[in-house]
Each structure stands twice: as structure tokens, then as C-alpha cells.
Design a protein around this ligand. Structure first.
Ligand code: DGJ
Length: 720
């Protein structure tokens, strides 16, 4: 891995063994020459740069004349230099009406990447900073690039500085801008809703702008800050794909624009809708980081790169490397209706089963008998729990379990002591009626006293009780946001996110051994920003195995499944009334961080817990660090199949799941992937021994199932 500057041709070359990212200073600004396979660079490479000699604007001394900026591949696009595409940066200084000329003025190479202050970002890597300035106004920009030795990604972010004497307003401060040659690409992204997250959509891009975004103050169930641009014909296994993911958990926007010269611009970052950030003299503003991933092995290759990167450079390594705690969660076991006896019975049943942690979900604090009250009053409800949390903790200890707890620190109920005391701590917009959602309001964490209160309240809770695990929930979007404390309301959404990150940073640093599980009404904040703090995230509120095949498949495009949690729950399923077989529920839950969520004290299905925990540990030894290969797409085939192969290629697990029985189905060959062609493998459940090349080229014969929602989880081990 290296970053080189070739002085004569003003070229920066970031590379590792597999990829190159090549930037040329052209027309005084950084332009992308190439991102993709590793290449050799010589001086003539710059002649390949597109030039379109028609522009009547922007001729500069010493540069080729009459070159339009509408065709050059700009790395930081401003408006007003004859490039009429939407820019990645929009700034008002009251004078220049957005017409900034950010020109190159230097660079720095850092052996160790800088952290982005106050925000999650990748760890490790070698970085390049390219410095730009607008001489007239004092606007400065630093473009940051980071490359990794063992992963085909480049991480990007921008730092802006106001070096003038007066205020400037950032109207758009995107994290990256990349212009690609031509427009023959597909765009693939995720959309969804509560309990139906991560649906995959693919479109052929065309002239104009396509934007995926959220305006909810979260990444949301509706969209996700991930997009892939792929060459036409690229598929799961082959073809060039560039995937982008933002390390950000708030409102975001990613756009693909094709202009009349058939150039494609991909740009994105914090959503600029309602965004307006006052940058006072001498102040800096850092954007979230964007991860740009290249794969020449189609979407599968892209996903494996993202997974590897996040496992090794994003998720906190002490959790990522350790086995995942197996939990029994009280939510679908009891909802709000429990007392000491009911919980003790569950805990006793979990004893000696391989379950590690009992997690007490919503409903444990003062008067919380439904979702209508009590958020903010983080003291134990002694009507339900006569011996307090301490009683539950003791019971857990007696039974060899650890204790975990549910919190929703960002929220406040109108019916709470906290609200009665501090009505002004809730976010309200005086001009909007009905600011509640799920009967709750959002705490205005942009106010220092509110953030300090909640830090202390959570700190006390964790300090005074022996808590090993925290499920951090967030059950509504931000709406009608208005903070009396802020001069510029356009800053609110991002400041809110920064406050959440500060709280995450505080709690995870103060309590380094506590495992945090992120959650936002299910999958409303499944994103790389949260994964930086929380090693696992609850994938969806749909716990139905059949729904989860799609949800997990969709999330797997970008996020490692081992960091997404899934539990065995009861049938009929609480969300959709569906009955799926117990072994299917296990197989699908075992794709990620595993647990149970039904009343195990009163169910025959609890007899199998020990078998499941044992089997999960075996599966996890492969899935935790393995490579994922998607084989059958449940969005297309009504079938779900994927396999995860360990890094040594000595062991793999294969999931084969069929949704509905149909007599039209016939046996088919499923070609496996990711194995070593020369190794002999045993397919344990089928009693077969076959070479890797046979398994991958001829495939296994899969017979149709004869009942709905049937699953098979096959273990494949090396014989020699
Ligand atoms: C939504 C979560 O996704 C559920 O698992 C549960 O924790 C409830 N909130 C509790 O209110």
C-alpha cells in the first residue's frame, strides 16, 4: 500500500495490490483519472483525461484553453465555474453567490489516519490530504483520502475552514464527489419500511438526477446510505462495481446525476435539505466519512470487501474478535407485562443452556406499562420488580447469566416526571401540532444541559447495576425539529447527530466492557456510524424467519451479518402471524448475532435451547470471520441461499431455504462458491465427499421441499 505524488504530471496515486485511485491536478483542481483495478501510471496517462473544448468560460493561465468543466471528473465540485451539474459543495458568504474557485494549493501524506473529531470513522490506513483554497473569499477545503493494504476501498471526507473575517454558511457539505466516464451504469440501493427493511432495488441510471435520502434524522427504515454503481451486465459474481456507504447515522443524501455530456456524478453526505451551517471566522467543519469500495467480482465481491473492512477497521476489535453473547431477551417473551416471578422463571430456564445474558427489554422503569409513558424516568419500577434491578441481577448471577438492559436515552414521554420538571427539554416546534410519535417526544440533545443530564442518568444506571449489555433503542424519527437554543435551525439535524455520537462515545468509553446493541424500532439505524460504537445492531422488528431471509439478504449487500442480531421467537409470529418450523427459525437467526425471544419458561420449544446454542457456536466459528457468498436471491427466486466460508477455506455453512411449496418446482443444481477447488470436502448432512471444483462447477443437487418455509443448514468441511 502506498500513496505517491508524481510531481511532473501532478498526479496522486493511492494504491494497494489490487486497486488504484488516481487523481490529477487539472485546471487547478483535483480530478479523478481512475478508480478501479491496480494500474501502472506514467506521464501519458494524463492525456487520457476527457477534454471538451467548447466552454466559453474558465480559461486559466497556463492550462489548456477552452476546456469545459462540465466533463472533467471533479473530486470536489463547486458551482459557478461552468460546471452546471449539482455540486458537492455549496457555500454562501454573502458576496460570491456560491461561485467559489477552490484551487489546489498543496498536499500532505499521513502514515496514520486522523480521527474525525466527534464522529465515527474507519480506524487505521494511510491518508492523503489535498489542500484547496478560494483566494478571494478565504474558504479552504481539505480532501481526505485513506487507503488500506488489505481491502479494496478508499475512505473519503472533507474538512472545510473559514479563513475569512466574516461568517460563511454551508448549504451543502457533501463527503465525496466522484465523476465517472459515461453513463452505462446501474444503481443499486436499499429501501424499506418498519419491519420490512433492506429491500434491494436496481435501476438503469439515465439523464437527470436520482437521489436516495432520508430526512428523518436517522438513516431510517426507508432508505440506507448505501449505493452501488455497476457496469451493465455486472452481477452477483462478476463485473465492475463501485459501492459507496456513508459512516453516518443521520439524514443523508446520495445522488447520481447524468449530464448532457453523458458523464455520471456520484456525490453525497449529510442531507442538504434544511441544512444550513454557520461557519464563523476561523472555524472548521468536518463531513462524515464515505467509504468507496471497488470490486471486479460483482456485488458479492463488493459485499465481502465491505464486510472485511467493517470487521477489521470499524467495529471495535475487542467485540468483533470475541464470540457474540447469546441472549434471552424479554420483549417478545413478556412485552410490558412482567414481574419478578415471571422474569425469574425465564432466567432459571436459561440456566446451563449456553445462553450468556438475560436482557430486560422495555417496561422495567417507573410506571412503564405501555408505550404511553415514562421515557426519561430511568429508575426501576418497583411495582413490577419488588427487589429492583438488583434482584434481577442477583437472580442472573445465581443462574450463571449476565444481565443486560434496554434503554431509549434520546426520548422523553409527556407522561413522565422528567417532562413535568423540564418541559422545555423536549423538541417541539411551536408551529406544529402533534409533535408526538409512538406517544413520545425527542429530547433536545443539542442543549448541553440535556446531554449532560442523560449522560449522568445512563452513567448512574450502568455504574450502579451490574450491567453487561445494553440495547439502545430509538423508536421514532425526528420531526418538526426546532431547538430554542439554536440561532441557526439549519444546524439542528447534524448537531443532534453529533450529540448522539458524543453520548455513544461517552458510554462506550466509560463502560468499555459493556456490549451495546443498536436498535431503532428495528432497522431504522442500521448503518456504519452506529457500528463504530455498537458491535451489533437489531436488524428488524420483524422476527419472522421468512421475512428475515429478505431483510438479512438485503443488509448483507453492505453490512456483515455477524453484526446484525436475530432471535428465535415464538409461532405464530407476533408481527405477521406466520408459523415457520423451529429449525428454520434457528437457521435464519443463526445468520447473525444470535439469541432467543420467547417465553422459554412456558414453551416446549425451550427444550432445544442447549442444542441450538451449541450448534450456533459451531456456526459462529465460521461466520464470524468468514466470507459470504449469496447464491439464491429471495427477492427474485422465492428461495434464499447463501454460504459463509471460513478464511482458511476448511469449513463452510450453506443455508438453503425455500419459502413456499409448489409442484412446479423441480430439483436444481446449486453451485457453491468460495471453496478451494483442490480440496476434498465432506458435505456432512448429505453424506457426500466431493472436491471443491465439483461443488463449485457442478454444484449440489437441491430437491424441492414439501412444506412451506423449510430450511436446511449444511456443514461442509475439508477432508484433505
Ligand atoms: C422496538 C424494538 O425494535 C423492539 O425490539 C423492542 O425493544 C421495542 N422497541 C420496545 O419498545
Amino acid at each position: 500500500m502506498a500513496i505517491e505524488y508524481i510531481k511532473n504530471s501532478k498526479i496522486f496515486h493511492l494504491y494497494n495490490n489490487d486497486i488504484s485511485y488516481v487523481i490529477k491536478i487539472y485546471l487547478g483542481e483535483p480530478c479523478l483519472i481512475h478508480f478501479g483495478k491496480r494500474v501502472h501510471i506514467n506521464d501519458d496517462v494524463i492525456k487520457l483525461h476527457s477534454e471538451y473544448p467548447v466552454s466559453f468560460l474558465c480559461q486559466e493561465d497556463g492550462e489548456p484553453p477552452f476546456v469545459s468543466r462540465e466533463i472533467i471528473q471533479r473530486e470536489c465540485a463547486t458551482y459557478g465555474l461552468g460546471d452546471f451539474r449539482y455540486p458537492s459543495l455549496s457555500v454562501e458568504d454573502g458576496v460570491k453567490n456560491n461561485a467559489f474557485n477552490l484551487s489546489y494549493c498543496g498536499y500532505e501524506i499521513l502514515e496514520t489516519k486522523e480521527v474525525i473529531k466527534g464522529m465515527p470513522s474507519l480506524r487505521g490506513g494511510q491518508s492523503l490530504k489535498i489542500f484547496l483554497q478560494d483566494e478571494d473569499s478565504g474558504l479552504r477545503a481539505e480532501l481526505h483520502y485513506t487507503i488500506y493494504e488489505d481491502c479494496n476501498v478508499v475512505a473519503r471526507s472533507v474538512k472545510l475552514k473559514n479563513a475569512s473575517d466574516s461568517d460563511m454558511n454551508l448549504k451543502r457539505a457533501f463527503s465525496f464527489c466522484m465523476d465517472f466516464d459515461g453513463c452505462d451504469y446501474n444503481a443499486t440501493y436499499l429501501y424499506g419500511k418498519h419491519s420490512a427493511e433492506a429491500n434491494i432495488e436496481q435501476i438503469r441510471i439515465s439523464h437527470g438526477v436520482k437521489t436516495i435520502s432520508s430526512t428523518t434524522g436517522t438513516t431510517s427504515h426507508k432508505a440506507n446510505p448505501f449505493i452501488a454503481l455497476s457496469e451493465l451486465g455486472a452481477n452477483e459474481e462478476s463485473g465492475n462495481v463501485v459501492g459507496v456507504n456513508l459512516i453516518y447515522s443521520g439524514s443523508f443524501s446520495i445522488s447520481v446525476e447524468v449530464n448532457h455530456l453523458h458523464k455520471t456524478r456520484l456525490t453525497g453526505g449529510i442531507n442538504d435539505f434544511n441544512f444550513d451551517w454557520t461557519l464563523h471566522s476561523d472555524e472548521e467543519f468536518a463531513t462524515p466519512e464515505a467509504v468507496i469500495c471497488y470490486s471486479d467480482e460483482g456485488f458479492g465481491g463488493m459485499s465481502r470487501q465491505f464486510h472485511y473492512l467493517y470487521k477489521n477497521y470499524l467495529i471495535c476489535s475487542k467485540f468483533e474478535k470475541a464470540p457474540c453473547p447469546i441472549v434471552i431477551n424479554s420483549w417478545e417473551s413478556a412485552f410490558y407485562d412482567f414481574n419478578d416471578e415471571k422474569l425469574y422463571a425465564i432466567i432459571e430456564k436459561a440456566k446451563n443452556t449456553g445462553i450468556d445474558i438475560f436482557v430486560l427489554d422495555d417496561g422495567w422503569f417507573k410506571g412503564r406499562n405501555s408505550d404511553k409513558s415514562s421515557l426519561g424516568d430511568w429508575e426501576t419500577d418497583t411495582c413490577k420488580l419488588k427487589h429492583g434491578l438488583k434482584g434481577i441481577v442477583e437472580k442472573c448471577k445465581d443462574c450463571g447469566l449476565k444481565f443486560g438492559i434496554w434503554i431509549e436515552p434520546e426520548m422523553i414521554s409527556k407522561d413522565s416526571d422528567l417532562y413535568r420538571e423540564h418541559t422545555d427539554w423536549a423538541l417541539k416546534n411551536a408551529y406544529l401540532k402533534n409533535p408526538e410519535s409512538r406517544n413520545q417526544l425527542v429530547l433536545d440533545l443539542t442543549k448541553r444541559e440535556v446531554l449532560t443530564y442523560i449522560k449522568n442518568a445512563m452513567g448512574t444506571l450502568l455504574r450502579e447495576n451490574e450491567i453487561s449489555y445494553v440495547k439502545w433503542d430509538m423508536n421514532r424519527y425526528l420531526s418538526g425539529n426546532y431547538s430554542e437554543g439554536l440561532k441557526n435551525q439549519g444546524e439542528f439535524m447534524h448537531r443532534y447527530m453529533l450529540a448522539v455520537y458524543e453520548l455513544c462515545e461517552y458510554l462506550t468509553t466509560e463502560f468499555p466492557s459493556v456490549v451495546f446493541e443498536g436498535c431503532a424500532g428495528g432497522g431504522g439505524r442500521v448503518d456504519a456510524g452506529m457500528m463504530y460504537y455498537f458491535p451489533m445492531i437489531w436488524a428488524s422488528d420483524s422476527t419472522d424467519a421468512n421475512d428475515r431471509t429478505k431483510i438479512m439478504y438485503g443488509w448483507s449487500l453492505c453490512y456483515p451479518l455477524s453484526s446484525l442480531s436475530g432471535h428465535i421467537t415464538c409461532v405464530p409470529n407476533h408481527q405477521n402471524n406466520r408459523e415457520t418450523p423451529l429449525n428454520s427459525r434457528f437457521d435464519i437467526a443463526a445468520l447473525g448475532a444470535f439469541g432467543f425471544e420467547f417465553d422459554i419458561s412456558d414453551s416446549d420449544e425451550a427444550d432445544y435451547i442447549s442444542d441450538f446454542t451449541k450448534k450456533y457456536r459451531e456456526v459462529e466459528s465460521v461466520t464470524k470471520n468468514g466470507n459470504l457468498y449469496r447464491l439464491r436471491n429471495p427477492f427474485q427466486d422465492d428461495d434464499f441461499s447463501l454460504m459463509i466460508v471460513n478464511r482458511e477455506q476448511t469449513c463452510a455453512y450453506l443455508w438453503v431455504y425455500q419459502s413456499l411449496v409448489s409442484y412446479l418446482r423441480t430439483p436444481y443444481r446449486l453451485k457453491l462458491r468460495g471453496l478451494c477447488p483442490d480440496k476434498l470436502y465432506r458435505v456432512e448432512n448429505l453424506g457426500l465427499q466431493l472436491y471443491g471444483d465439483i461443488l463449485m462447477n457442478l454444484g449440489l443437487q437441491i430437491n424441492p421441499c414439501y412444506s412451506d418455509f423449510e430450511s436446511r443448514l449444511l456443514k461442509i468441511t475439508e477432508v484433505r
